[in-house]
Design a protein around this ligand. Sequence first.
Ligand code: NDP
Ligand code: 13P
Length: 326
Amino acid sequence: MSTIAVLGAGAWGTALAALYARGGEAVRLWGRDAATIAAIEARRENPRYLPGIALPPSIRPTTAPAKALAGADLVLLVVPAQSLGGLAADLAEDLPAHATLVLCAKGIERRTGRFMSDIVAEVLPDRPVGILSGPSFASDVACGLPTAVTVAAKDGETADALARGLSTESFRCYASDDLRGVEAGGALKNVLALAAGVVIGRSLGASAQAALVTRGFVELRRLGEALGGRAETLMGLSGLGDLILTCSSPQSRNFAYGAALGRGEDLSGLKLAEGVFTAAIAARLARENGIEAPIVETVAELLSGELSVDEAAQRLLQRPLKREVG
Ligand SMILES: NC(=O)C1=CN([C@@H]2O[C@H](COP(=O)(O)OP(=O)(O)OC[C@H]3O[C@@H](n4cnc5c(N)ncnc54)[C@H](OP(=O)(O)O)[C@@H]3O)[C@@H](O)[C@H]2O)C=CC1
Ligand SMILES: O=C(CO)COP(=O)(O)O
């Protein structure tokens, strides 16, 4: 049995806590919001982020990071990408010496262009670090529905050990030593899910959706490779797999955000959509690396208000014709 500290009591942190508690691990769930933690303690439910899903009674919720971390073998960091640096710095002194960190956010730090593993390597150097990414909606996982994801680390043995430790009967983890490929896939698919949502929200049709997702995947692969990932990783669960999931389901918050944008609705009060924070920095990284990424760039300009939805669609349709491959 492992002792697992899950840091971040949002939808994904709560779902992972439920998954591993059900699997018989000792799970502590840390959240900064006292009301949410009190509700989990009292009602075995996270009413704010996973309403209606019963949580195992063995989860130990807390607002004290030191309590969550004491004796932990695995520490799952499950806060939004833009908050990871601050949280990692705050934890430094309470982290058990032997604990392996598993980074679960999907994004790129918008101010610096750092990936999640870069942030943690700077703030907590010399720590074993893994990335967990792949098609996995929190509510599915929290309910025990099956899926498969990728767990990556810099070296294959650490990745293998993490994949064994993090797999359960319903949650199948494949190991990878392509850390950058896995984190790039997870971050970039969110930007493309926004675009797919816009297509559906603006009623441009299922054909346009399929065309956009396919050309979006070309961009994900090109940019992911330019940033150091491997093509086969980007074609795996954390790239193509998660792209298929989030570009086709309104259950995806990124897709739902894009759909609301496409319908011209008020966007305030929507749930976390990581692609909103990643789009501009992904577009910048593409430009800096000489990568053609018109969909990513268009999403960034749409979000910044430089383009309207119809102008964005026209811009993509009116690009010069070219060969499909090459
Ligand atoms: N939901 C999903 O299906 C999946 C999500 N992910 C990824 O996991 C990450 C987290 O997403 P998710 O849990 O869904 O997001 P939610 O919006 O559901 O929850 C975010 C949680 O992080 C907390 N938080 C935010 N900022 C900080 C901070 N500075 N310090 C401490 N806690 C903080 C929030 O606390 P508070 O309530 O106090 O604001 C909240 O508990 C994202 O990168 C997402 O892409 C990955 C796979 C699946
Ligand atoms: O990453 C996810 C599923 O794999 C969750 O996607 P959303 O953040 O778009 O809801």
